[in-house]
Design a protein around this ligand. Structure first.
Ligand code: SF4
Length: 125
């Protein structure tokens, strides 16, 4: 190997850190849109969690969920007691929510404060 070849090798070796930085910057730029999408996805999940639980939801139906507890079929759901409403349920995670509040049973989708389902669990006073 000649001296010139050695210096070329040395110059290339000296370039490695800067090449590494360039690669890192390129990777960050390429990942930027992906990271943005992840952020958007998290926002979408948060928005989904704040959506009202559709009355047609199959799980809600299976659990006898109604938006108005006065319409509960007491013969079908003997556990129901007059006055039991979602707002007084342990799973209604924001008791300060007046009309619609998150229910942990339904991934924090919003249920009617005056609603009810068979999973009702009275919040201790
Ligand atoms: Fe309402 Fe409780 Fe049933 Fe959720 S678990 S829908 S808050 S009664």
């Amino acid at each position: 190997m000649s001296v010139k070849d050695d210096s070329k090798v040395n110059v290339e070796a000296a370039d490695l850190p800067s090449t590494g930085r360039r690669k890192l910057i390129k990777m960050m730029l390429a990942a930027g849109p992906t990271l943005s999408l992840l952020g958007t996805n998290q926002q979408a999940i948060a928005q989904d969690a704040a959506e009202k639980l559709p009355i047609t939801d199959p799980v809600a139906n299976a659990l006898g969920y109604v938006e108005d507890a006065t319409t509960v079929d007491a013969a079908k759901y003997p556990a129901f007691k007059q006055g039991d409403i979602c707002k007084d349920c342990l799973l209604y995670t924001d008791p300060s929510a007046e009309e619609w509040g998150p229910c942990s049973l339904f991934q924090n989708r919003l249920v009617a404060a005056n609603g009810w389902c068979v999973s009702f669990a009275k919040r201790p006073a």
